[in-house]
Every structure is written in structure tokens, then in C-alpha cells.
Ligand binder design. Structure first.
Ligand code: INI
Length: 156
């Protein structure tokens, strides 16, 4: 049988970037707290976690791409909240954010994680930001840790 590769959840060498949208801040600040908490509890030094704030989720791809390209980070997490009830351009914001964030990861080779909550209403968003469905910021940070430990194992 061949080998199995997987990333551990311990802190790798390097810094992490948390890119967070201000729009729907009452949700995104909870995602940010969850993400920081996950990293620090898994051994990442607080000083090794940088925060980049952007106006809205639509702006996340540009910043995430620049941050990933800087070569300074082992992992990048994009945090936002898009609530359908709030906007008629929900689909545009979600689609562009998802495409742009994915592209940043693929184009740079840095783990770039999609921590954007996309919901029908505010109640669902609250449930995912520390409510009964957990904290998607925490989940995204854990994914960043795992991917930051997995990708370096795969040699070109
Ligand atoms: N941005 C969000 O992060 N979430 C939303 O729900 C949202 N709504 O409802 O419109 C939203 N809009 C702003 C958008 O992300 C951009 O900041 C704006 O369009 C300027 O480019």
C-alpha cells in the first residue's frame, strides 16, 4: 500500500494572516475571534497572527491574493459574512468572493481558506458565528493549520 499524507493540527513554522470584512461586523468579529482562538490554542504565537481588514467580502480576494503573494505567511484565512436578506447582489458578492479566494490559493500555492459565511438570513449567520452551529472562523483556521502542514509534504 502506498503512503498517506495528511496535515497535522500543530503550529507550523510561520505566520498566519486573517483577512476580515467589516460588512456585517457583528458576525465577522465573532469569526475573527474564533479564528484567532483556534490558532493560538494550537500553538501559534499571538504575535504571529496578523489581521487585515477590508470593507466587504467582495474586497477579500484582492487583499488575500496580495497577502498570499507576499511570501510572509504559512496560511491565509478569508473571513466574511454575506446574508441574502441584506442584499440584491448576494449572488455576485458570494460568487466573486469564492472564485477570487480560491484563485488566490491556487495561483500562489499558499493555503488560502474560505471562511465566508453565506446564509439566507441573520439568524443562520449568528448560528455559524459562535452559535449553535459552531464558529466557522474557528473551522477555517483549523483548515489553514492542516493545509499549512500538508502542502509542504508534497514535493514538486
Ligand atoms: N458585503 C458583505 O461582506 N456582506 C454582505 O452581506 C454584503 N451585502 O449585503 O451587500 C456586502 N456588500 C458589500 C460588498 O462586499 C462590497 O464591499 C461593496 O459592493 C463594494 O465593492
Amino acid at each position: 500500500m502506498g503512503r498517506t499524507f495528511e496535515g497535522s493540527l500543530v503550529s507550523p513554522k510561520g505566520r498566519f494572516a486573517l483577512c476580515v470584512a467589516r460588512f456585517n461586523a457583528f458576525i465577522t468579529e465573532e469569526l475573527l475571534s474564533g479564528a484567532k482562538d483556534a490558532l493560538v490554542r494550537h500553538g501559534v504565537a499571538e504575535d504571529d497572527v496578523d489581521v487585515f481588514r477590508v470593507p466587504g467580502t467582495f474586497e477579500l480576494p484582492a487583499v488575500v491574493r496580495r497577502v498570499a503573494d507576499s511570501g510572509q505567511y504559512a496560511g491565509v484565512v478569508a473571513l466574511g459574512a454575506v446574508i441574502r436578506g441584506d442584499t440584491t447582489h448576494y449572488d455576485y458578492v458570494c460568487n466573486e468572493a469564492a472564485k477570487g479566494i480560491a484563485a488566490a490559493g491556487l495561483q500562489t500555492g499558499v493555503p488560502v481558506i474560505f471562511g465566508v459565511v453565506t446564509t439566507e438570513n441573520t439568524e443562520q449567520a449568528i448560528a455559524r458565528a459562535g452559535g449553535k452551529s459552531g464558529n466557522k472562523g474557528w473551522d477555517a483556521a483549523m483548515t489553514a493549520l492542516e493545509m499549512a502542514n500538508l502542502l509542504p509534504q508534497i514535493k514538486a
